[in-house]
Structure formats: structure tokens, C-alpha cells
Design a protein around this ligand. Structure first.
Ligand SMILES: [Mg+2]
Length: 267
């Protein structure tokens, strides 16, 4: 039997696997079918308010049996980088308690004094204040690095959208007069490198699946991976003409992935 060239799926979550607390129809069957054929799945999220194990548990609650190491989110990607390359760094966090705890566990020193801060980290922070903005700003003025979990301006909630981590990063960036030095969420290649490291696979054996052109498809492009756009979320087929780049495949839903893999095997 000829095999598809893809050995792993890097799947987005919201708009692709689920809409809030609802699984998109046919996801579980597609997941189980391709898993049985040896295709590996890694779920990628730009969520910056919680850590990968919590997201894995929420996917399990929705009815898909994933392991903790099958999830990578922007906060966990940033933490992983601290753990590997920046242990002992003094980090000033504009973010939530889970991120702070994760950074501490990874070997960072959580800093309140902007004058001795090595890295300013911005994430989703529901208690963001002028005081926090000021501290981040002073730290950057004194030479700290500026890392953002992700630049999503908003994030989806059941009745619409709320300001996201990107809105907080943008206000810090506005005051500082410069963009973040590093961004960890999609479409940043940082998340792609980590994902490929976790999977031990080259980019050309991975397929990115997602519902957003400017995060998922661009993410795949930035990391020289193939992409499949699903039409169950933010993008409709007619939106495609508004972009100067295109996904390799367009499928109605993630439920259609087994068919896509079968077609690729035949060619
Ligand atoms: Mg999405």
C-alpha cells in the first residue's frame, strides 16, 4: 500500500476540532481512524491563559482521548524555551497565575522589579493595569527582552470575542515603540520548531490543519509545512481570494481528513 507523505497532523483546536464546548461533527471518528493508521496528532493552540496539560484534559472531556504530550500551546512553548535556554533569567510577567507558575517551575526567577528584569513576558492577563504596563515599559527601557506568547488581538467566547494576549502585547509595544523580540504562538516559526522537535519529524512529513488563513495557513507556510484549511471556522471558500497565499488543501471539515489521506495514497 502506498502511504500518504504526511505522518503527523498539527491541528488547530477552536473552529477546527471544537466550537467552544461542542465537538465538530465527525472529529472523533477522523482522529481514531487516522491514529489507527499510525498518523500522529499534535494539537496546537495560541491559548496563553493556561498550560498544555489543562488543554489536553479539556479535549478529553470533549470526547477525544489525547495524551498531555499531544498538546502544545503558546504559553507552554514559551515556558519550554525558558526551561531549555533561559533558566535563572529574571522574568517580569504580564499574564495569569498558571503562566507564572509554569515559568517558575521551568527555572525562571519571577521578578517584580523592572530595573533588574531580563525578560518581559506578555500574555493574556485579565487583571491588566496601568501599573503592569508601566513596569513592563520601564523594564524594556532598561534593556529587557520582550517576549509575547501570541499576537491574537481577540479570542473567541460563546457569545463573541474578547480582547486577547495580542491586545496586551500591543499596548506594551506601543509604549516601548517596538514590537516583541519573540512571539511563540502561531504563525510564529518558534512554535513550529518546537512542534517538530516534539514529533521528531521533518517539516515535509507534517500537515497543518486549521480554520484561519492568517494564523494556521500562514504558520504552515512560515515553517515550510503543508496545510489544509477547514471551512468550519473563521474562513469561507470565498475569503480565499483575499489572501496572497493559499493552503495546499481545502476541505469542508476535519472530518474529511481520512478521505484526503486516502486520495493522497492513491496518487
Ligand atoms: Mg482556529
Amino acid at each position: 500500500m502506498k502511504m500518504s507523505r504526511y505522518r503527523a497532523i498539527l491541528s488547530d483546536l477552536d473552529g477546527t476540532v471544537n466550537r467552544g464546548n461542542m465537538l465538530i461533527e465527525g472529529v472523533r471518528a477522523a482522529y481514531e481512524d487516522l491514529s489507527k493508521k499510525g498518523i500522529r496528532w499534535l494539537f496546537l493552540s495560541n491559548n496563553a491563559a493556561t498550560l498544555a496539560p489543562d488543554i489536553a484534559r479539556s479535549i478529553v472531556r470533549l470526547g477525544i482521548r489525547v495524551q498531555e504530550d499531544q498538546v502544545l500551546n503558546s504559553a507552554s512553548a514559551l515556558i519550554h524555551t525558558v526551561k531549555r535556554d533561559y533558566r535563572g533569567a529574571r522574568v517580569l510577567v504580564v499574564g495569569e497565575a498558571k503562566l507564572v507558575q509554569g515559568l517558575e517551575d521551568a527555572g525562571a526567577i519571577i521578578e517584580q522589579d523592572p530595573m533588574v528584569t531580563d525578560i518581559v513576558v506578555t500574555a493574556l492577563d485579565t487583571t491588566f493595569s496601568y501599573e503592569k504596563l508601566k513596569r513592563a515599559h520601564v523594564a524594556l527601557q532598561h534593556g529587557a527582552l520582550f517576549w509575547a506568547t501570541n499576537l491574537d488581538s481577540t479570542y473567541p467566547v460563546p457569545d463573541g470575542f474578547l480582547p486577547g494576549a495580542g491586545s496586551i502585547a500591543a499596548s506594551v509595544a506601543c509604549a516601548a515603540g517596538r514590537p516583541p523580540d519573540r512571539v511563540f504562538g502561531k504563525p510564529s516559526p518558534d512554535m513550529a520548531f518546537l512542534a517538530l522537535e516534539l514529533l521528531h519529524l521533518p517539516a515535509n512529513e507534517c500537515l497543518v490543519v486549521g480554520d484561519r488563513m492568517e494564523t494556521d495557513v500562514l504558520f504552515a507556510r512560515n515553517a515550510t509545512m503543508a496545510s489544509a484549511l477547514v471551512l468550519t471556522g473563521a474562513t469561507s471558500r470565498s475569503d480565499l481570494r483575499n489572501f496572497g497565499y493559499h493552503p495546499d488543501h481545502v476541505i469542508p471539515s476535519i472530518a474529511d481528513l481520512p478521505d484526503l489521506f486516502a486520495q493522497l495514497e492513491d496518487h
